[in-house]
Unconditional design. Structure first.
Length: 436
C-alpha cells in the first residue's frame, strides 16, 4: 500500500473504525498523489520568476487560447474556462455548493459535513462511490422501481449483488414493512449493508413523506445498533423538484448524518437537473458521518481519497462547466429563476393529476403515487407495456419508456402543460387499439 494511502487511513481509523471498514479494498488503497500535481501547486504559489511545471501553454503570462474558441465564451476568462481544474473541483464552487446544501437542508444545522468533491455529474459520482466503497459480493438494497444504470455501475462494474424490495405498499405510500424485512434478511447474512435512496424516485417521481423518512432512519438505526455497518447513499439527482407539501422537502441525507457510528451517509447530487444544465455534467459527492471531534480531519482524508479516484478516472471535471455553474449560483437573479422553473414544473405535475383523475382511464391503468421529479408511471391493466410503447411510437408518434411487463414511464418534464390531456388521451386510445 502506498505510504500516502496509509497516512489517510491512519486519520480515518481512529475516528471511526466502522467507516474505515466500509471502504472497499480500492478505497483503502486510494490516495491523492503528490508528484507533479503537488509540485505544480507549490510552484503556482511560489514560482514568481518562471513556472515551468504544468502541461499547459501560456502566452504573456496568461493561459494560451485560440480566439475562435474564446469568441464563443462571454463573461469568463481563459483561466476560468480553458485551464485544468483541480481533481477536487474548483474551491469557490465546492464552498458555494456546500452553502447551498446547508441552506436547502435546515436539518443539517449544527451537523458537520464534508466539502463536496466535484464529479462529472451523478453517474460519474456513483461510479467513484462504487470504486471507493463497494467490494465484489457486497449487497446493495434498492426499490423494485429503479434507474437501470445502477446495475451497470454497481453490479456489472463492481460485482455487487443488488437486492430489491417493493417501493410501494398496496399502491400507496413507501413500503416500510418491505424495506425493513429486506434489510433484516440481508443483515442476517452480512455485516455491511449498502442502502441506496433515490428521492425523487426515477422512474416513479415519488418522494417519501416526513413520517416515512423518520421511520426509514429509525429502521437503519435499529440495525446499526445491532452491530451492522450501514452505508447509506442518497441519489438526489432531482432534488428540489417537490410539488406537494406532504413530500419530504429535504434530502434524507440530512436525517442520517451524524446519527450513529455505524451509519455513514454519502450524498450524490448535482446541477444537472436541479439547475437545468444537463450537458454541463457537474455533480458532487458529500460525506456525512459520526466522528466525534475529528470531523474536519477525517473529511479531508476522505476528500483526498475521492479526488484520487477522480484523478485516476477522468483527471478533473470541465473547468468551463464548473465556472458557469458557479457564476449562476452567485447571480442575484438565481433564486428567482429557480422558482420560476419550479412553478412551471409544478403546474405540469398538477395538470397530470387533474387529467388522470378522470374515471375513463381506470380500466386501462393504475397510477403509481408521484409528488416530485420529472416522471410518473402507469401500471397497465390490459396490455403489455413494450407492445403499447411501440404501437404509440409507430402509429401516433408518441415516445414513452416501457419498464418490465406492466409499467410505462412518462416524463411530463418535457411535455407542455396544455399538451398533457392529449398525451394521456392518446395513450388510452393506444390501449384500446390493442385491447380488442
Amino acid at each position: 500500500m502506498n505510504l500516502l494511502a496509509e497516512e489517510l487511513n491512519d486519520l480515518i481509523q481512529p475516528a471511526n473504525l466502522h467507516v474505515f471498514d466500509m471502504l472497499s479494498e480500492v478505497g483503502k488503497n486510494l490516495f491523492f498523489p503528490k508528484g507533479i500535481l503537488t509540485q505544480g501547486a507549490e510552484a503556482k504559489e511560489k514560482a514568481h520568476r518562471f513556472n515551468a511545471t504544468i502541461g499547459m501553454a501560456t502566452e504573456k503570462g496568461r493561459t494560451m487560447y485560440l480566439p475562435s474558441v474564446m469568441s464563443m465564451i462571454r463573461g469568463l476568462e481563459p483561466e476560468e474556462t480553458l485551464a485544468y481544474a483541480p481533481s477536487y473541483g474548483i474551491m469557490p464552487l465546492r464552498k458555494a455548493w456546500k452553502d447551498s446544501i446547508l441552506e436547502k437542508n435546515p436539518s443539517l444545522s449544527g451537523k458537520k459535513i464534508s466539502l463536496p468533491v466535484v464529479t462529472n455529474a451523478l453517474t460519474h459520482g456513483l461510479s467513484v462511490v462504487s470504486d471507493m466503497w463497494v467490494n465484489p459480493g457486497d449487497v446493495i438494497t434498492l426499490p423494485d422501481k429503479l434507474w437501470g444504470n445502477y446495475n451497470m455501475v454497481f453490479a456489472v462494474r463492481r460485482g455487487a449483488r443488488i437486492v430489491t424490495y417493493g417501493l410501494f405498499e398496496n399502491g400507496r405510500g413507501f413500503n416500510l414493512k418491505g424495506f425493513e424485512n429486506c434489510l433484516k434478511t440481508e443483515a442476517a447474512k452480512k455485516d455491511k449493508l449498502i442502502v441506496l435512496f433515490n428521492f425523487p424516485n426515477n422512474p416513479t417521481g415519488y418522494t417519501v413523506t416526513n413520517g416515512e423518512a423518520d421511520r426509514i432512519v429509525e429502521i437503519l438505526l435499529n440495525i446499526a445498533e445491532k452491530g451492522k455497518n450501514i452505508l447509506a447513499l442518497t441519489d438526489d439527482a432531482y432534488f428540489g423538484l417537490f410539488y406537494e407539501k406532504e413530500a419530504l422537502q429535504e434530502s434524507i441525507f440530512s436525517r442520517m448524518t451524524g446519527r450513529h457510528p455505524r451509519l455513514f451517509a454519502i450524498k450524490l447530487d448535482g446541477a444537472t437537473k436541479e439547475n437545468y444544465v444537463w450537458g454541463l455534467r457537474v455533480g458532487f459527492i458529500t460525506y456525512g458521518g459520526y466522528f466525534g471531534g475529528n470531523h474536519d480531519q477525517v473529511y479531508n482524508a476522505l476528500e483526498r481519497k475521492t479526488a484520487g479516484a477522480v484523478r485516476g478516472s477522468i483527471s478533473n471535471v470541465s473547468h468551463l462547466s464548473q465556472s458557469i455553474v458557479l457564476k449562476s449560483l452567485l447571480a442575484p437573479t438565481y433564486k428567482d429563476e429557480k422558482e420560476e422553473k419550479l412553478r412551471i414544473m409544478t403546474e405540469r405535475a398538477q395538470e397530470v393529476k387533474r387529467v388522470l383523475a378522470n374515471d375513463k382511464y381506470r380500466e386501462a391503468w393504475e397510477v403509481y403515487p408521484f409528488n416530485s421529479g420529472y416522471f410518473m408511471c402507469l401500471k397497465l391493466n390490459k396490455v403489455d407495456a413494450e407492445t403499447l410503447r411501440v404501437h404509440l411510437l409507430d402509429r401516433y408518434g408518441i415516445g414513452l419508456i416501457s419498464l418490465g411487463k406492466h409499467d410505462l414511464r412518462i416524463a411530463f418534464s418535457c411535455v407542455e402543460k396544455e399538451d398533457l390531456q392529449e398525451l394521456f388521451d392518446t395513450i388510452l386510445k393506444g390501449v384500446k387499439d390493442l385491447d380488442h
